[in-house]
Write a protein that binds this ligand. Structure first.
Ligand code: FA5
Length: 338
C-alpha cells in the first residue's frame, strides 16, 4: 500500500489530484485510517506490532504528501508569478505628450528678444471699444479699415479688436513716458480666409515713447529683432506705407535665409512714428481719467507684426488655416516640442 501511495503521490500533477490521493489514504475514511480502525478487531498481542507498522506507513505517506504538496504549491506560485510578471523592459503604452503650439513658440522667441531689450510684455482685451480700436488711433470713420465687413461687431457697440494697436492707447493712458512695451494677442477680421489670411490671427505690437526717439531707433529695433530671429546675417527692408496712427509709416520685411533653399523676403508687418493725433487722443483720455497730460511733445515709434507668417516659414506650414483647424496630424508633429 505504501509503495502504491508513494507512486500516486509522485504522479499527482496538481494540488487537487494530490488532495484526492490524500483523502484516499489518510482521510477520515482513507485506507490507512481504516487499517488503524481495524486494529481493535485484532487479538491484543498483535495490536501493538500491527499498530506500529501502520504508523510507519502513515508517517511515510504523510511525509511524501507534505513534500509533494510543497513542490506543487511552489510550482503553482511560480506559474502564477510568471503569468502576472511585468516586464519592465517592454516599451510603455506611450501616453501622448503635449507640445507648445507653433504660434506660442514664435511668441516666446519674440518676447524673449524684446525682454532682452528692456521692453515690458503685456496683454490686452480682445473685446474692445470702438474708440480704442479706431478713433484714438486717428482712424477716421471714412478709413477703409472701418468698413463694416472688416470688423466683427458686438450688439452692445463694442467690437473684436482688428489689431493689437489698441494696446498703444491703453498702455499710454496707464503709463508715463519714457516707455517700451510689446503686447501680444489675438485679433479678428471679417474677411475671406485663404492660405495666408485667417479671420482670427495674432499680432505682436511694439511701442516706444520718449524724447528724441527717431526712425533710426525704429529701424535698429526691427533689425535687432530680425537678428534675434534669423541670426547675425539677417536683413531688413522698409517700404513706405500708410497707417493713420503713424507718420511716416512703413511696411517692413525681413530676409528669411532658409537652409532648405526657400529664402525670400517675408512681409512681416507695419510700423512708423507715432502720430501727434494719437498722443493728443491719449492725453484726452488721461485727462478724462483725472491724470496728467504728459504726451505733448514726445516722440515714439510703433510696430505691429503677424507671428503666423514667421511660424509658417519656420516650420514649413503651407497654409495658415492649419494652425487653428486642430488636426492632430498637423499639430501632432509638435508633440514634445517645448
Ligand atoms: C496693422 O494691423 C497695424 N496695426 C500694424 C501697425 C502697428 C502699423 C503699429 C503701424 C504701427 P496690417 O493690417 O498690415 O497692420 O497687419 C499687420 C500684419 O498682420 C500683417 O503684416 C500680417 O503679417 C498680419 N496679418 C494681417 N491680416 C492678416 C490675416 N487676415 N491673417 C493673418 N495675418 C494677417
Amino acid at each position: 500500500m505504501q509503495e502504491q501511495a508513494i507512486q500516486e503521490i509522485a504522479a499527482a500533477q496538481d494540488l487537487d489530484t494530490l488532495q484526492q490521493v490524500k483523502t484516499r489514504y489518510v482521510g477520515k475514511k482513507g485506507l490507512v485510517t481504516q487499517e488503524l480502525g481495524a486494529l481493535g478487531k485484532l487479538p491484543p498481542e498483535e495490536r501493538k506490532a500491527r499498530g506500529a507498522e501502520i504508523n510507519v506507513v502513515r508517517t511515510a505517506i504523510q511525509a511524501a504528501l507534505d513534500e509533494r504538496e510543497g513542490v506543487l504549491k511552489r510550482e503553482a506560485l511560480d506559474a502564477r508569478l510568471r503569468g502576472e510578471a511585468i516586464d519592465v523592459t517592454l516599451p510603455g503604452l506611450g501616453l501622448p505628450a503635449g507640445g507648445l503650439h507653433p504660434i506660442t513658440r514664435v511668441y516666446s522667441e519674440l518676447t524673449d528678444i524684446y525682454r532682452r531689450m528692456g521692453y515690458e510684455v503685456v496683454e490686452g482685451p480682445e473685446v474692445e471699444e470702438e474708440h480704442y480700436n479706431f478713433e484714438a488711433l486717428n482712424i477716421p470713420w471714412y478709413h477703409p479699415a472701418r468698413e463694416l465687413q472688416d470688423t466683427f461687431w458686438l450688439e452692445d457697440g463694442r467690437l473684436l479688436r482688428t489689431h493689437t494697436s489698441n494696446m498703444q492707447i491703453r498702455y499710454m493712458v496707464e503709463h508715463e513716458p519714457p516707455l517700451k512695451m510689446v503686447s501680444r494677442g489675438k485679433v479678428y477680421r471679417y474677411e475671406a480666409t485663404d492660405a495666408t489670411h485667417e479671420a482670427m490671427f495674432h499680432q505682436l505690437e511694439g511701442l516706444v515713447v520718449g524724447d528724441g526717439i527717431s526712425m533710426a531707433d525704429l529701424k535698429g529695433t526691427i533689425a535687432e529683432m530680425a537678428r534675434g530671429l534669423y541670426g547675425a546675417g539677417a536683413k531688413v527692408r522698409f517700404q513706405p506705407s500708410y497707417y493713420p496712427f503713424v507718420e511716416p509709416g512703413a511696411d517692413f520685411a525681413v530676409y528669411w535665409d532658409n537652409p532648405r533653399g526657400e529664402s525670400k523676403w517675408l512681409e512681416l508687418g507695419g510700423c512708423g512714428m507715432v502720430h501727434p493725433n494719437v498722443f493728443r487722443a491719449v492725453d484726452d483720455l488721461r485727462e478724462q481719467a483725472g491724470k496728467e497730460r504728459v504726451y505733448e511733445g514726445k516722440t515714439g515709434f510703433a510696430f505691429g507684426l503677424g507671428p503666423e507668417r514667421i511660424a509658417m516659414l519656420k516650420y514649413g506650414i503651407p497654409d495658415i488655416r492649419y494652425f487653428y483647424a486642430n488636426d492632430p496630424k498637423v499639430m501632432g508633429q509638435f508633440r514634445g516640442e517645448l
